[in-house]
Every structure is written in C-alpha cells, then in structure tokens.
Design a binder for this molecule. Structure first.
Ligand code: DAH
Length: 344
C-alpha cells in the first residue's frame, strides 16, 4: 500500500509538470484528491489494514495529500501569475508609438477668397453687408434703373418665384437697400458678398448659382479717379504688385459711365499669350459711377451726392488666382480638389 501511495504521488507530480492551464489543473485536483480520486480510493481500503498499520499508512496518506496539495497550489499560483502577465502585456500601451493623424479641415477656397477680399475692403473703411437671396423685382431691377420691359433685363435670365419675387440675379440690389437705410443723409462705403442665381446651363464657366461681391461708395464728391484708385489697390493686393489694371468703356444700366476692369496677364505681362488670348489683359469685374436715377431712387440727391459701384465674381477671381479651370469644381465638394487649398 505504501508503494501504491508513493506511485500515486510520483504520478501526480509528474502529470502536474505537464499542466499549463487552470482547467487541466482543476481536473487533476479532482482526479487525485476528489471524492472519487485515487487517494480517496486508497483511504477506503484502510479498513482492511491491521490496527498497527493504520496510523503509519494514515500518516503517509496525509503526507502524500499534503505534497500533492502543495504542488497544486504552487502550480496554481504560477499559472495565475503567468495569466496576469499575459493580460498586462496585452493591455500595455506603447507610448512611443506615433499617434494617428487627425484630419484637419479648412475653409472652402471660395470662402477664403471672399474673406480675403472682405479683409482688403474692410481695411479701406468699407462695411460688409448682406441682403436677401429671395429678392423683389423692385430691388433686383427697378431700383437699379432697369424698369419693367427694359431690354437689359434680358441680360439676366432669372428664376422667378412669383411675378414680383425672384432669386436675385446679382448682389446689386443691396446697393439700393443700403442707400435706403442711410436715408440719403450721409456717405458710406460698403461691400456685399453673397449667392446669386441665373438660368444658365452649367458648364466650365457658367453655374446656375454662383457668388458675387458688390461694392458701393456714396459720398459728396466721389469721382471716377477714386474708383480707379480703389480698383488698382484691389488688383495689386489680390493678384500681385506687378499687375496693372485698365478700364474699358462698357454698359450697365445702374452706372454711367460704366467700365470693365482688366488686369494685365500674369504670364505675358501685357504682351499677349494663349492665357489672355493674345490681348495681354484679363477681364475681372464691372464698375462705374452710380447712375443719377439709382441715387435718386435710393433717396440720395444726385446734385449733392455721387458714388461709384463695382461687382465681381469670386469664382472668377479664385479661378484666375489659383489656376482653377472649371467653375463646377467649387460646387462638387470633391475633397481631392478642396484640400489642395487648405494651406494655400
Ligand atoms: N451687377 C452686375 C452683374 O451682375 C455686376 C456689376 C457691374 C455690378 C457694374 C456693379 C457695377 O455694381 O457697377 O453682372
């Protein structure tokens, strides 16, 4: 019996060596120390022993049980420690790893150009105004010297909502609205950026919705030379000090005289090349001296006050400045296009 016990101990310890997880360890514990375990089986046979043998064997059984229990406990500690270490390893954070880059957005190219133009004019004392995109026929046309049936209304195919309401075709109505607000009492300088709408078919240079920036300076003694001076500063700050401007006679119902402003071509500096189609100049905006009728309808006495106005398209300016060849790019929201200008 003693031999049997020794064999059990040896076998148990040898098996224990091979064990690598808690489940197997638990099974081993049951197999040797459990109710139906091998050691218990031996104990059951103790009844057959003589009274002298019993305490001796009993002690050996206890020793064996203790040895196995101790070994199991030690193994259990070991496995627990290993499991903890494994877990810590899994959960550890390598603080030296580079971080995941955060995607940083940026203003839309049009927003940037509009804000740049705003800053420029704010610096020259202009206030920035807004006006409604759904405009009355009166402010969009009549107050700008375009009475009903005026042929120049054909220049702008409009989105009408009712007979009297339309999506504004330009930002010029804000000229009339601002004059009304100042009640003909004092001079002012304002610009107005905003969306405008026309019944155009979209292509590389046309969009049914685009933006404009209107400018208006009304005061006593405002002259054409003032207009030229402001436009010259604008062109040089926007496109570069080496660029020149020229004013060409033109026609707008709300200005008299009217002009169109060109800037010298950045590629050939006025010599003529393919970019400027051989002319040496690139058209930028329309402008002129505010028509006396417009001043009068705005509540200003044209004998006392005069003014100049201009209107430009930020898309066109952005296209020229950043080499964008298709106006639709501004409205497609293609991030591959937009993100090029985040740092520009
Ligand atoms: N309103 C004109 C347009 O939409 C642009 C314009 C031209 C505005 C001359 C002006 C101006 O204020 O003086 O084409």
């Amino acid at each position: 019996m003693q031999e049997e016990l020794k064999a059990i101990q040896e076998e148990a310890l040898a098996t224990l060596e091979q064990i690598n997880d808690m489940k197997e360890l638990q099974a081993l514990k049951v197999a040797y120390l459990g109710k139906k375990g091998s050691l218990t089986q031996v104990l059951r046979g103790m009844g057959k022993l003589s009274p002298e043998e019993r305490p001796v064997v009993g002690e050996i059984v206890n020793q064996v049980r203790e040895a196995i229990t101790k070994a199991i406990d030690e193994k259990s500690d070991l496995l627990e420690k290993a499991a903890l270490e494994e877990k810590l390893k899994e959960e550890s954070i390598d603080v030296t790893l580079p971080g995941r880059p955060v995607k940083v957005g940026g203003p839309h190219l049009l927003t940037k150009v509009i804000e740049e133009i705003e800053d420029l004019f704010i610096g020259m004392g202009y206030e920035v105004r807004e006006g409604p995109e759904v405009e009355t026929d009166y402010f969009n046309f009549e107050a700008l010297n375009l009475p009903k049936n005026h042929p120049a209304r054909d220049m702008q195919d409009s989105f009408y909502i009712t007979n009297e309401l339309l999506l504004r075709t330009h930002t010029s109505p804000v000229q009339a609205r601002t004059m009304r607000e100042y009640k003909g009492e004092k001079g002012f300088k304002m610009i107005c950026p905003g969306k405008v709408y026309r019944r155009d078919t979209d292509d590389a240079t046309h969009s049914h919705q685009f933006t404009q920036i209107e400018g208006l300076y009304v005061d006593k003694d405002v002259k054409m030379s003032d207009l030229k001076g402001v436009l010259n500063i604008f062109a040089k700050k926007m496109f570069g000090e080496d660029r020149n401007i020229r004013l060409r006679p033109s026609f707008f119902p709300f200005t008299e005289p009217s002009v169109e402003m060109d800037i010298s071509c950045k590629v050939c500096h006025g010599e003529g090349c393919s970019v400027c189609k051989g002319t040496g100049w690139i058209e930028i905006l329309g402008a002129g001296m505010v028509h006396p009728n417009v001043l009068e309808m705005g509540g200003y006495d044209p004998k006392v006050y005069s003014g100049f106005a201009f209107g430009m398209g930020p898309e066109r300016i952005a296209m020229l400045k950043y080499g964008v060849s298709d106006i639709r790019q501004f409205y497609l929201n293609d991030n591959r296009f937009l993100k090029q200008f985040h740092q520009a």
